[in-house]
Design a protein around this ligand. Structure first.
Ligand SMILES: [Zn+2]
Length: 101
């Protein structure tokens, strides 16, 4: 009997902006904390309800247009939160670029 190696399962998540499924670690987790605060979870360990986005401001823009985060979090997302997320996504992107050099 050939031994089947257990396939390492990569957890996949769908970007709420472009609807593409990607490995979880390639996506940015947006989390609504127990207090209703929405922020980017760079550690993946924040408590609360999560939604996933590509580290791409274009996906955030799509999500905003479709109100995808509102749907995921079942609450209104103020424009200021989107602005913060856009800033943080830009910072995440910058970090990624720095890490490669
Ligand atoms: Zn995306």
């Amino acid at each position: 009997m050939p031994q089947h190696k257990p396939q390492k399962k990569i957890p996949m998540r769908q970007c709420v902006g472009c609807q593409t499924s990607r490995p979880k670690k390639e996506l940015v987790r947006v989390v609504r904390g127990p207090d209703g605060t929405i922020s980017i979870d760079t550690t993946g360990k924040k408590p609360g309800r999560g939604a996933y986005l590509c580290p791409d401001p274009a996906c955030l823009a799509k999500a905003q247009k479709k109100k995808a985060l509102e749907r995921s979090f079942e609450q209104p997302v103020p424009a200021g939160v989107y602005q913060q997320l856009a800033d943080q996504l830009a910072a995440v992107q910058k970090e990624g670029t720095d890490a490669q050099s």
